[in-house]
Design a protein around this ligand. Structure first.
Ligand code: ALL
Length: 327
């Protein structure tokens, strides 16, 4: 069996990681079930203020528990969606600690490539989940990093098409985008654009709230003020849908302005059920990290990188049980 690297516990504590540390008292060459015989996998997520990533972490932990002693898991993320340099530092810390694999949802599709390149040069396996790294940047660096995640354009299109069934051609609508440098943010914007245009709706504005709830609330309030004719606000994630929903409620326009999201976090699922948010898109957040970890284990065991894997997305709306998943 392959012998895996021994983590530095001091650094682990310094990084504020939550996770399983190597078994106490493990010594080099202590047998196949010792901590160092197990691979150490670091899951690096984005904003831990976002329920989506808490669900992702929980899914990863349940998988780790079910797999017994197969691997050690360390999970961490950044305090807010824009802390790209914080995420780069997390990768550096994981490299310094000598983990065997990094499974990462990059906060930015270009800015993380350099540090991941360095990690790979150290022999660390890297798997990209959720938000795809920029293919041009990867090819410039000659990097082959498998990606596991959904077709975000198709997912966003499901929400826009559904809005199209509720409004009349010519009605005014707005989009609240994610971080513009995130590939999945760009794809969701494209999917929303396409669906709204196909339904004949008029997009009066499209603005970025950087995936954040408070910013989305502020932007939505401005849109409601400037465009009183608006009939729907489509958001590229659920945090922003919560912000837009609050702004619509505060403007006394509940029921008059539709709000949509993307992620199907618990807080939004409840508002879809109560009819306060029209719909969201389920992208199986709880499974994304699990798929990534499975890929990392595969590479560690077989040494060859698997193909990219597209995961399902489906519309979640009241009265549409198990709405069609798209893959
Ligand atoms: C994307 C995820 C989720 C999340 C958003 C903001 O990468 O897929 O939609 O809400 O980032 O972190």
């Amino acid at each position: 069996m392959r012998s895996f690297r021994l983590l530095s516990l001091g650094l682990l504590a310094a990084a504020g990681m939550t996770g399983c540390s190597p078994k106490e008292g493990a010594t080099p060459g202590a047998g196949p079930d010792s901590a160092e015989a197990r691979p150490h996998i670091a899951l690096i997520m984005k904003s831990l203020a976002n329920e989506f990533f808490k669900t992702m972490e929980q899914g990863a932990r349940e998988f780790q528990a079910a797999e017994g002693d197969r691997f050690d898991l360390m999970a961490n993320g950044i305090p807010n969606e824009e802390d790209v340099s914080g995420q780069i530092s997390l990768v550096e810390q994981m490299v310094a600690q000598g983990v065997d694999a990094i499974v990462i949802a990059p906060a930015d599709s270009k800015a993380l490539a350099g540090v991941l390149d360095r990690a790979m040069k150290e022999g660390i396996v890297v798997v990209n989940i959720d938000n795809k790294l920029d293919p041009a940047v990867l090819s410039e660096r000659n990097l082959r990093i498998p990606f596991v995640g959904p077709d975000n354009r198709a997912g966003a299109r499901l929400a826009a098409d559904y809005v199209g069934t509720k409004l009349q051609p010519g009605d005014a609508v707005a989009i609240i985008e994610g971080i513009p440098s995130a590939f999945n943010g760009q794809q969701r914007k494209l999917g929303l654009d396409e669906g709204l245009k196909a339904a004949g709706l008029t997009i009066v504005t499209s603005q970025s709230a950087n995936w954040e709830m408070a910013k989305a609330s502020e932007i939505a309030a401005g849109i409601l003020n400037e465009h009183p004719e608006i009939r729907a606000i489509l958001c590229a994630n659920d945090s922003m849908a919560l912000g837009a929903h609050a702004a619509v409620r505060d403007a006394g326009k509940s029921g008059k302005v539709l709000v949509t999201g993307y992620d199907n976090i618990g807080a939004v699922a409840a508002l879809v059920e109560s009819g306060e948010i029209l719909c969201t898109v389920d992208q199986q957040g709880e499974k994304l990290a699990v798929y990534g970890i499975e890929y990392a284990l595969d590479i560690l065991e077989n040494k060859s990188a698997p193909e990219d894997r597209q995961t399902p997305v489906g519309l979640v709306a009241k009265g549409i049980p198990g709405a069609a998943a798209s893959q």
